[in-house]
Structures are given as C-alpha cells and as structure tokens.
Design a protein around this ligand. Structure first.
Ligand SMILES: Nc1ncnc2c1ncn2[C@@H]1O[C@H](COP(=O)(O)OP(=O)(O)OP(=O)(O)O)[C@@H](O)[C@H]1O
Ligand SMILES: [Mg+2]
Length: 303
C-alpha cells in the first residue's frame, strides 16, 4: 500500500518563519497574521488551535503556496514555497468535491491534471478508495454520500499524489462525536502507514492532544503564536485513554493559553469575581426579582 499511495516524495519538513499577512478591506487593511514562526519536523503531527478568524486557514493557504505572505516565508525542506507544490495534500474546511463526478472521479481528478495514464490512475484510485473504506461507493456522486463519506473522499483526493505533507483544515468538524473519534483513530492509522508530515487545524483540544506531537496556540486576530506545547503522551497509550486525555495536564495548559489569548475571563476568574461580589454585598433571593424568562410566544417586553 505504502509504495503506491505514498513514497512518491521523500519525507518533508515545514518551517514557518516570521509569516505576516493582512487583507485589504473597504476601510483599510485587516492584519490577520503577525510574525508567525514554528516548525513541523518531518513525519510529525502539529495541531494548530486558535479562536475563529485568527488566521489559521490563511496560514494553511500560505503554507500550501495558494497565497503569498506579506513578510516572512514558508520553507519545505529548507527551500522557500513560491507556489502550489505537488508534495502537499490539502483537505479544505469543506470537502469541495466536484458535484458531477463520482468518488473515483473526484479522487482521480488531481492525477488526471498531472497527466497520469488511465491504468495507473485506476490502480491508485482503487487503493485510495480501500484506504478510506469507500470501495462500494466508487460510483456514488457527492450528493449520494453522507457528510462523513464526502470528507473521506476529500481526504483520499488529498492523498492521491502521494503527498509528503498533509494540511488538514478542521477536516472532522462537521462529524458527530463518535464518527469524529473514529476518524481521529483512522487518521493516526493512516499516518502510521504513510510517512506524511501533518499540520492540522482543529478547535478541539482533545483532538489536538490525541493526534499531535505538538500543539501550537494562536492569539485572536492578528494571529501570533502564544504557545508551542509538546503533547508528551506516547502515541501508543493515547487511543486507550481517549476519554481521560481531555482532562490531562496538557489540556489544562492549552486551555490556559487559549484563555490567555482572549479577553474572556476564565471560569476560575469568574468564580473569584462572584465570591468577591458576594463578600461585598451578599445576594438575597428577594433582590433577584421576577425571573426574566424569554417567552418566544408571549408579548414583546415593553409593549
Ligand atoms: N481573501 C480574503 N480577503 C479578505 N479577508 C480575508 C480573506 N481571507 C480571510 N480573510 C479574513 O482574515 C481573517 C482570518 O480568516 P481565516 O479564515 O484565516 O480564519 P480562521 O482562523 O481559519 O477562522 P475559523 O476558525 O473561523 O476557520 C478573517 O477576519 C477573514 O475575514
Ligand atoms: Mg478556518
């Protein structure tokens, strides 16, 4: 399997060096990334976590060579990225499949563009369909697949050219909790069988810990690196401990950095504030007044 679905390229490392980027808007410029630097060593998995709009997808597009940074650069194996690179497989936030093509046609599309012969393409597509467990759905078009299946097709398509780098932008965010856990485990198995370097955007702390060697935390926009944390739990024991992982020390650390990266008070701060207020003036039941229920069918308040 490995010889066919991967192995086209050697191992690849990613270095993101001082990357900044802003976008022009109607009323000026919107700074989105601020001197972001971190590395993803070859064959490692780094999770990128940060609040909505902090520039994670933008950063992935820059790494993929789909967008240029305003300052800094991305290097693959020490050479600057200047455009799309065949070593990179990209799973976008939404599957982005061609609706008129079946699963096999979508997975084989990059191979067609790359000029692979029909026979070679068919071989590769068959292997990939097996890898993502969709052999019986080779002829199904996207609207005939479930959301999870569509995501599998898009993962298989990203793997088609045997990439040595996988950029995954919240690939499992639309899945239900159990399917998501299964996909996480499948991704790890896939990673074990292939030799890819993975940069994964996720909003799930437990997913980051389950999958990654390191977790990079970004601040709110403009995104800058506020923490780069090793997970430090050996991969073999992660699957068995998936339920307790989220409670672990690493999760606490990530959460603390994420909270530090926003202006929202932490639960501990909120509790302390409540205690402080209660010391100043104890809350009495009669002070609370009538409960302010929101009744969607009742008259509007104030009328
Ligand atoms: N092509 C563009 N033109 C203008 N603004 C853009 C463009 N792409 C992204 N942005 C802006 O850049 C900011 C970062 O967007 P990006 O999609 O990178 O965020 P994100 O961290 O991936 O967020 P989410 O967690 O919601 O996916 C947003 O404010 C967005 O409006
Ligand atoms: Mg995004």
């Amino acid at each position: 399997m490995r010889g066919r679905t991967t192995g086209v390229h050697a191992l690849t490392s990613i270095a993101i060096r001082g990357v900044s980027r802003s976008f022009a808007t109607v009323d000026g410029t919107l700074p989105v990334l601020d001197r972001v630097s971190f590395e993803v060593p070859e064959r490692s998995v780094v999770a990128l976590i940060g609040p909505n709009g902090c520039g994670k997808s933008t950063l992935l597009r820059i790494v993929a060579g789909l967008l240029r940074p305003a300052a800094g650069q991305v290097e693959l194996d020490g050479a600057a990225v200047t455009g799309p690179d065949p070593r990179i497989g990209f799973v976008f936030q939404e599957p982005r499949l061609l609706p008129w093509r079946d699963s096999a046609g979508n997975i084989g599309y990059p191979l067609e563009l790359a000029g692979w012969s029909r026979a070679r393409r068919d071989d590769q597509v068959r292997d990939l369909l097996g890898l993502v467990g969709l052999r019986e759905f080779a002829g199904a078009r996207p609207h005939e697949l479930s959301g999870g299946m569509r995501q599998r097709v898009s993962i298989a398509r990203a793997l088609a050219m045997g990439p040595s780098v996988l950029l995954l932008d919240e690939p499992f965010s639309a899945l239900d909790a159990l399917t998501r856990e299964r996909f996480n485990a499948e991704l790890l198995h896939l990673w074990e069988r292939t030799e890819t370097t993975i940069l994964l955007v996720t909003h799930s702390i437990s997913e980051a810990i389950f999958l990654a060697d390191r977790v990079v935390v970004l601040s709110p926009r403009p995104g800058r690196v506020v923490a780069d944390l090793p997970v430090g739990i050996d991969r073999a024991s992660r699957e068995a401990n998936v339920d307790t992982l989220a409670l672990g020390q690493t999760a606490t650390l990530i959460r603390r950095h994420l909270a530090g990266a926003t202006d929202d008070p932490t639960p501990a701060e909120l509790t302390a504030e409540l205690h402080r207020r209660q010391r100043e003036r104890p809350v009495r039941i009669e002070d609370l007044g009538e409960p302010a229920w929101f009744d969607p069918f009742g008259p509007e308040s104030g009328t």
